[in-house]
Design a protein around this ligand. Structure first.
Ligand SMILES: Cc1ncc(COP(=O)(O)O)c(C=O)c1O
Length: 382
């Protein structure tokens, strides 16, 4: 399912014979790729299959090869969706999704702590965008009511996601917040989106591989259905790239209108191969997910002289207000051999500067204890 506004744009493309489809090239005589010197095809590929060159073009030209299609189909099946579309990064995915689906008459409501790539996607659109307070469902409902007008205000049923006068309403959020480490209330979000006929988009960048019994992400682990999910490969999956999963119609729309997909060289086959391998691996990594959970609990139990945000995930925020103080505290930990980085304003709101502690399955109980001890020491020295 996609909003009528997007369907109409696709139909207009079809009517003028301009509809784009992904196709793989099976023809021998290459007058299409950008591999001008033949490095990808002639020099690298025959000699070193592990170093098999670039994709040699954008997805709509020479850059669409069978492995990429296989990977997309497997990822769509894993996430229980009709279709998946790989992007070169999570930044590109958010930019390409939001800037293309949002029409001038639409409204989008976004969590105030949304990642820069979401905000930049919104900036590239002409839709009206309003932030709701972080994870605050009352605030979101207030904005949904305003966006929807009086019909929903009186508690009437949603009207299929679009009102002719106002365009479509979207809600976008992250599932596991990159700086606070908390989760969005996905059930409440999905219920509100349904009630107000809004299209829900969830960025699962930090939840992928981590949340859910197979690392499938928050949406799926809570049996929710949303309009689009963004899963990225550069975090728990240890490689690079991202995917948007959703309906076939959404994929078709993106292939036609998403500029960060259309106007860039596709990921190389080596990257696609790596993504495929990690998607075969991370669902099996139950022990690692358990170990992360245990370390998060241990970290939350530490008695620290700093305010900490509540988090059951690998991202733990220790608040050290002030850019100088955050930088100095991280520096002291680094001097003791711990790679801890400060997150400064304006990346986070002034006064909430912090150490962003990232836990890994390979960190030990003893390392977390050491971190706790050193944090106490840095506070004493301040
Ligand atoms: C929530 C969120 N979305 C998207 C991105 C961008 O992903 P990528 O690094 O693959 O561009 C990030 C990266 O920090 C992120 O935290």
């Amino acid at each position: 399912m996609i909003p009528d506004s997007l369907r109409q744009k696709l139909e207009a493309r079809a009517t003028t014979g301009a509809l784009r489809v992904l196709q793989t090239s099976a023809l021998a005589v290459d007058f299409c790729s950008n591999d001008y010197l033949g490095i990808a095809r002639e020099r690298l590929l025959p000699h070193d299959p592990d170093l098999n060159g670039g994709s040699t073009g954008s997805r709509l030209l020479a850059g669409n090869y069978p492995l990429l299609t296989i990977v997309e189909d497997e990822i769509a099946a894993f996430h229980g969706e009709e279709a998946a579309l790989v992007y070169n990064s999570g930044y590109d995915a958010n930019l390409g999704l939001l800037s293309s689906i949002l029409q001038k008459e639409d409204t989008i409501l976004y969590d105030a702590l949304s990642h820069a790539s979401i905000r930049d996607g919104l900036r590239l659109s002409f839709a009206k965008a309003y932030a709701f307070k972080h994870n605050d469902m009352e605030d979101l409902e207030r904005l949904l009511r305003r966006a929807r007008g009086s019909a929903a205000e009186s508690g009437g049923p949603a009207t299929g996601g679009e009102s002719a006068a106002r365009g479509a309403v979207y809600v976008v959020t992250e599932s596991l917040f990159s700086m606070d480490g908390d989760l969005c209330p996905i059930e409440a979000l999905a219920a509100l989106a349904e009630r107000y006929g809004a299209w829900l988009i969830v960025d699962e960048a930090h939840a992928t591989g981590v949340v859910g019994s197979r690392g499938e992400g928050l949406v799926q682990s809570k049996n929710q259905k949303v309009f689009a999910r963004i899963h990225t490969f550069g975090k728990a999956l240890g490689c690079h790239g991202a995917v948007i999963v959703g309906s076939k119609a959404l994929k078709e729309y993106l292939v036609n209108f998403s500029r960060s997909l259309i106007y860039t060289t596709a990921l190389p086959p080596a990257a696609a191969g790596l993504i495929r391998k990690t998607y075969q691996l991370f669902p099996t990594m139950t022990a690692e997910r358990q170990s992360l959970e245990t370390l998060a609990k241990q970290f939350q139990r530490l008695d620290l002289p700093y305010e900490r945000l509540t988090s059951h995930t690998p991202i733990q925020a220790v608040l050290v207000p002030g850019n100088n103080a955050a930088r100095a505290t991280a520096g002291a930990l680094q001097a003791s051999g711990l790679d801890v980085r400060p997150i400064l304003s304006p990346t986070v709101k002034e006064g909430t500067e912090r150490l962003r502690i990232v836990l890994h399955a390979y960190n030990t109980k003893e390392e977390v204890e050491l971190l706790g001890r050193l944090l106490i020491k840095t506070a004493k020295n301040n």
